[in-house]
Design a protein around this ligand. Structure first.
Ligand code: PBG
Length: 329
């Protein structure tokens, strides 16, 4: 556009001139009440254990978990999601549904201590609890058996709800998991416990640090491509979302977040339930690693990334930056 054609009156920079103006006109606002803190609790330890690839994140004891959740509540955080690291793993992942499995113990403790003042979510999967590291029951050919796995998920959902979970969050990507879990919860009288479905969960290389956090390695150099989604597909994400909503999901999730902003935007335009996005371990670790080298300003990038996830359409963000964000206000 030549200068003669340009209107002298249109100057978008006017609204960027001062911090107060920028604050006034910003249309995406990230709040502490949008965030969910993922927390790890490990059986059989006396002291919290640092996780090397997730700086600032630890495997908690029951006691340190209670302290952490109390502090998060005081900082204004509304929700946490728990992951368990059992002392022993087995072929079916029984720690995921045992009454005294580590997450169930933690849920009972937190619910007794904090009641309804924080939303207690439980990741519902068996990979942390199986000796082969898969998210389900593995058949003789090393393939995850969908329907055999569903029976285990149903038991885990009831165990978590009975222990005090407000929300169960199935993350295993088995077909029909939401329906089976809803039916099991209702059958056990837990009609009020909601389901946050990890609906569009991609087979991603960004889960690496998480697997350190929960001591998982997949047997025989395996991967999850047989059940998690292929990142070349986007229509399939909407199909997974529709199925989960039909089956009774109360909220849906896209995971990971940053490389999937297009998927988040499509899903947000498509549904009328809350949309969550999981800013995963690798996304967190990359920011820390580059920040430590002085190559980026880690705090500024963290804020930019989380805001982008919200701008794309997520109303709930699961992130390891939750406590940092709550403290910086
Ligand atoms: C499965 C589960 C995983 C994550 C959340 N739930 C791991 C996987 O699918 O391999 C990853 C979260 C992260 O990377 O932060 N229980």
């Amino acid at each position: 556009m030549s200068s003669e054609q340009r209107s002298p009156y249109v100057r978008p920079r006017r609204l960027r001139r001062t911090a107060a103006l920028r604050e006034l006109v910003a249309d995406v606002r990230l709040g502490v009440d949008d965030l969910v803190a993922p927390l790890f609790v490990r059986e059989g330890i006396d002291e919290p254990q640092p996780i090397e690839s997730l700086p600032g994140v630890v495997q908690h004891t029951i006691e340190s978990l209670r302290t952490e959740v109390g502090e998060l509540i005081d900082l204004g955080v509304r929700a946490v999601i728990l992951f368990g690291v059992p002392a022993e793993k087995d072929t079916v992942g029984s720690g995921a549904y045992d009454r005294d499995g580590i997450v169930q113990v933690a849920l009972r403790d937190l619910r007794a201590e904090f009641g309804d003042s924080v939303v207690l979510m439980a990741d519902l999967c068996v990979d942390e609890y199986t000796d082969h590291g898969h998210c389900g029951i593995v058949d003789d050919h090393g393939v995850v058996d969908n329907d055999a796995t569903l029976e285990i998920y149903a038991k885990a959902a009831v165990a978590q709800a009975t222990a005090g979970a407000h929300v169960v969050a199935p993350s295993g990507m088995m077909d029909g998991q939401v329906a089976v879990i809803r039916e099991a919860l209702d059958g056990a009288g837990h009609v009020d416990v909601s389901i946050l479905a990890y609906s569009a969960k991609y087979a991603s290389a960004l889960y690496g640090p998480f697997r350190d956090a929960v001591d998982v390695s997949i047997a025989d150099g395996g991967d999850r491509k047989g059940y998690q989604q292929d990142y070349r597909n986007v229509a399939e994400a909407l199909r997974e979302i529709d199925l989960d909503l039909d089956e009774g999901a109360d909220m849906v999730m896209v995971k990971p977040a940053l490389s999937y902003l297009d998927v988040i935007a499509d899903v947000a335009a498509h549904v009328d339930v809350p949309v969550a996005a999981y800013h995963v371990s690798g996304e967190y670790a990359m920011i820390h690693a580059a920040g430590e080298r002085g190559w980026i300003d880690a705090d500024a990038v963290a804020l930019e990334h989380l805001t982008a996830i919200k701008r794309a359409g997520a109303t709930i963000i699961l992130t390891y930056f939750t406590r940092w964000f709550a403290e910086r206000r």
